[in-house]
Design a binder for this molecule. Structure first.
Ligand code: SF4
Length: 302
C-alpha cells in the first residue's frame, strides 16, 4: 500500500537573472553606447567634478533633514549640515579632496559651499519639510522581470494615507527644456515601473525638484505606458547583451561629450579605447546590479 502523506510544498524557484539595469546605466547606453562600456564594463575611473560633488552633498543634507523631528526641519539646520556632509563625503571618497587645493582654492571652496547652501535654501521655497513625513529616503527598489533585474535608489517616497505613491527626485541642475523632458522622466518611469511591479500600485505622481531653478516637473504615469516602458528596458538590455558579445559599443557624440571624462579614449575624439574585456557580458550585468544611482551626473541636466 502506498503512502498517502502529501508531498511538502515546494518553494518557488527564484527567477534566473540574465541581466541587470539601473536607470543611470540604461540612460548611459541610450546616450552613448561607448560611454556605457567605459563606465560599466571597463569600469574606468572618472574625473571628479565639483558639480557632481555638490549634488551629492545636497542630496545628503536633504536625506538627513528628514531624519529629524518635523519641528527641527528648518533652513538654518539644513544649511548647517552642508559642511559636515562635505567632510563625510571626502572621508568616504578621498579622491574628492583633489577638487580643491587646501590653500590655493580656499576661496573657491568657500564659494562652492555657499552655493550648496543656496541650493538647500531654494528647497525650502518649493516644499515645507515640516509638513511632510516621507515613507522612505534613498530607498533601494528592485524587481526581476523576465530575467532582467531592475534596481535603483529613489531619493524620496511619499505615501498618502489612501495609499497614493509619490516618487520624488532632487536635481541640482537646471530644469530641462521641453524637448529634453522625456530624458529627465526616463529615470522616474524606471522607478514607477519597479514600484508598480513590486507593490501592485502605479505611483500617482513622479516629481522632479529642480533646486537651482526653484521649479518642479511632475508627471502621472499610467499602466499602459509603463508596460511599453518595460518593453523598452528589455530592448535596451538586449542591445547591451549583443554589444557585449560583439564588442561593438559605438561612440555617439553629442554636446554631452564636453562633460565626458573619457574623451582621451574615445575614437570620436581621436582616442583609442583599451582592449575589449573578454568577460564583458558578466561585467555589464554585475555593474548594473551593484550600481548606485548616486555617482553624480557628469553631464548637465539639459
Ligand atoms: S566623448 Fe562623447 S562619444 Fe566619446 S564616449 Fe564620451 S560621450 Fe561618448
Amino acid at each position: 500500500m502506498t503512502s498517502t502523506t502529501p508531498a511538502p510544498a515546494l518553494e518557488p524557484l527564484p527567477q534566473a537573472v540574465v541581466g541587470s539595469l539601473s536607470p543611470s546605466r540604461a540612460s548611459d547606453f541610450k546616450t552613448c553606447p561607448l560611454l556605457y562600456r567605459f563606465r560599466s564594463i571597463d569600469r574606468l575611473p572618472e574625473t571628479p567634478s565639483r558639480d557632481a560633488a555638490r549634488g551629492t552633498v545636497v542630496h545628503a543634507v536633504l536625506e538627513h533633514l528628514y531624519e529629524l523631528p518635523a519641528t527641527q526641519r528648518t533652513v538654518t539646520v539644513a544649511q548647517a549640515d552642508v559642511d559636515p556632509s562635505w567632510q563625510a563625503l571626502c572621508e568616504a571618497e578621498p579622491e574628492l579632496l583633489t577638487l580643491f587645493d587646501a590653500e590655493l582654492d580656499a576661496p573657491a571652496l568657500a564659494a562652492w559651499l555657499d552655493s550648496a547652501r543656496a541650493l538647500v535654501a531654494n528647497y525650502f521655497e518649493l516644499e515645507d519639510p515640516r509638513r511632510l513625513e516621507p515613507e522612505s529616503r534613498e530607498q533601494l527598489v528592485e524587481v526581476v522581470i523576465d530575467g532582467l533585474r531592475l534596481r535603483g535608489y529613489v531619493d524620496r517616497l511619499d505615501v498618502s494615507p489612501a495609499g497614493d505613491i509619490r516618487v520624488v527626485d532632487y536635481k541640482t541642475g537646471s530644469i530641462p527644456r521641453e524637448a529634453y523632458e522625456a530624458k529627465a522622466l526616463f529615470q522616474m518611469k524606471f522607478y514607477a515601473l519597479v514600484l508598480w511591479r513590486t507593490r501592485g500600485v502605479v505611483p500617482r505622481q513622479l516629481r522632479l525638484i529642480y533646486l537651482a531653478d526653484k521649479d518642479t516637473l511632475s508627471y502621472s504615469p499610467d499602466p499602459d505606458e509603463l508596460t511599453r516602458f518595460e518593453r523598452t528596458l528589455q530592448a535596451i538590455w538586449k542591445a547591451i547583451a549583443t554589444a557585449s558579445l560583439t564588442g561593438d559599443f559605438r561612440p555617439s557624440p553629442s554636446r554631452l561629450c564636453d562633460w565626458c571624462s573619457y574623451q582621451p579614449l574615445c575614437p570620436a575624439k581621436g582616442g583609442t579605447p583599451p582592449p575589449f574585456p573578454s568577460d564583458a557580458l558578466a561585467s555589464a550585468s554585475a555593474s548594473s546590479a551593484s550600481a548606485s544611482t548616486r555617482p553624480g551626473p557628469v553631464e548637465p541636466e539639459v
